[in-house]
Design a protein around this ligand. Structure first.
Ligand SMILES: Cc1ncc(COP(=O)(O)O)c(C=O)c1O
Length: 494
């Protein structure tokens, strides 16, 4: 069946459903389309597009698979777990399985270095962080009212907070001159500007660690933002879904820690945390999202609404079993950080070798790559022009800064944790060749490099084939098989 989206068809539907609030027509998704038409595969399509626009944490699936095999009781559809099937399959408390809420609360504490405690009663479930953001926006603001958001920010916020709620986002402009820091001045400027435009600001949305920057907010900045929101009497929503991806010092500091500091006065009713297991555990498919609010009324409202986006009880059951295995979780989180650090190091070093800088970062599944010097002009048109070349000729799906509302052209987000080592090497090689060509190096030098790269790639493919045939290969997981097979539509911001 084909989809007919003609204007006549649209007139029969609601305006809100047919408007562009989802953002599917944005530049961000054009890269995804290019990838879907021509996806890279090491042997079947070695010249295809490599997906570097997907913030997925795939580096530790082997550990998870091992745990699943050893703990069949946690999966109710196995011979070892079928006993629990009926109990889990029937209607359950819409607040979530008590053991699930306890286990996630405990996990959140661990990830925050056991410096804070979370009450299971304050946890509300949602369909991923996506659902959590919408639900909170719905609870905290009326249509037309706005949240401040520091730029550059995750493009999905435009959809999640705005589309169905009618809430607006108002940018807080952060700049490369101070590494995109969220300063008090930038917050005040944005607040003032919104007031001049007669827009009521209801809250500030922070993302710590940041997608796309991969940086964390320091204690002083967090304290400053708490003072700011208290002075203005607005809400603070902290998206901390990358908390366990902090792979190098300094350590992550959660807002939950800073509100306890004695030198900061804070009305806790204004503070809400969004969390999910999509990034820290690498389970975006499970759609486990959490709202943790210090405000009783918000929790009550959110609970009433959460039935629109509950987490399946089967998933809750599996997750609560897994997270309660503290020895496993400790090992997993440590190993995940170590692998992210290694991957990030190898990737950024590879870029440095051809003179490409990335913003100094210590978290996340991506780097914020500075290609300003490759722009023809300092404009967003030039950014898009360069981006098209990167997608169509270099065959890498990276995401242009404009889709993150970055106010300076030439920045790109490039994801590095959704692929195996060999694919990353191929990606780096392509970037190197492109930059050398761009620099106008003499042909001989480029040819030499290309020959060497072909040899390296063919050697690495040999190693990759060995790796793929091994039972521990993440490439043989059904997830990746689907992606390299038929074109699939999974338009979701990540
Ligand atoms: C900052 C941020 N918030 C929320 C989300 C959505 O996460 P989920 O898959 O849990 O809905 C993403 C996904 O990439 C994200 O980067």
């Amino acid at each position: 069946m084909g989809f007919n989206s003609s204007n006549i068809q649209n007139e029969l539907l609601s305006k809100i459903a047919t408007n562009n609030g989802h953002g599917e027509n944005s530049a961000y998704f054009d890269g995804w389309k290019a990838y879907e038409i021509d996806p890279f595969h090491p042997t079947q399509n070695p010249d295809g597009v490599i997906q570097m626009g997907l913030a997925e944490n795939q580096l530790c699936f082997g550990l998870i698979q091992e745990w699943v095999v050893k703990n069949q009781k946690a999966s109710i559809c196995t011979a070892g777990g079928a006993e629990e099937f009926k109990e889990i399959a029937i209607y359950q408390d819409y607040h979530g399985l008590p053991e699930f809420r306890r286990a996630v609360a405990r996990f959140m504490e661990k990830v925050r270095g056991d410096r804070v405690t979370f009450e299971a009663e304050r946890m509300v479930m949602s369909g991923g962080a996506t659902g959590a953001h919408e639900l909170l926006a719905f609870c905290l603001a009326d249509p037309g009212e706005a949240f401040l958001v520091p730029t550059p920010y995750y493009p999905g916020f435009d959809r999640d907070l705005r589309w169905r709620t009618g809430v607006q986002l108002f940018p807080v402009i952060c700049e490369s001159s101070n590494d995109f820091k969220v300063t008090r001045k930038a917050l005040e400027d944005a607040y003032e500007k919104a007031q001049e435009s007669n827009i009521t600001i209801k809250g500030l949305l922070l993302n710590n660690p940041s997608n796309p920057l991969g940086t964390i907010l320091d204690r002083a900045t967090l304290k400053d933002t708490i003072r700011f929101i208290n002075e203005k009497n607005i809400h603070l929503v902290c998206d901390e879904i990358y908390a366990a991806t902090v792979f190098n010092k300094p350590n992550f500091i959660s807002i939950s820690e800073v509100i306890m500091d004695e030198d900061v006065e804070c009305d806790r009713d204004l503070v809400h945390i969004v969390y999910s297991l999509s990034k820290d555990l690498g389970f975006p498919g499970f759609r486990v999202g959490i709202i943790y609010s210090y405000n009783d009324v918000v929790i009550k409202c959110a609970r009433k609404m959460s039935s629109f986006g509950l987490v399946s009880t089967q998933t809750q059951f599996l997750i609560s079993n897994m997270l309660s295995d503290e020895t496993f979780i400790e090992k997993f989180v440590g190993e995940s950080r170590a692998r992210l650090a290694k991957r990030h190091g190898a990737f950024t070093k590879g870029l440095e070798q051809v003179g490409i800088n990335t913003l100094k970062s210590n978290a996340g599944l991506f780097s914020w790559m500075d290609l300003r010097r490759l722009l023809k002009e300092n404009t967003f048109e030039s950014e898009i022009e360069l981006w098209k070349i990167v997608i169509n000729e270099v065959k890498l799906n990276v995401s242009p800064g404009c889709s993150f509302h970055c106010t300076e052209p030439g920045w790109f987000r490039v994801c590095f944790a959704n692929m195996d080592d060999e694919t990353m090497r191929v990606a780096l090689r392509r970037i190197k060749n492109f930059v050398l060509q761009h620099k106008g190096n003499n042909e001989g030098e480029i040819k030499k490099l290309q020959c060497r790269s072909k040899l390296e790639i063919s050697l690495s493919f040999k190693r990759l084939d060995d790796f793929m045939n091994s039972p521990n290969s993440p490439i043989s997981s059904p997830l990746v098989k689907d992606r390299k097979g038929k074109n699939k539509s999974y338009y979701h911001f990540v």
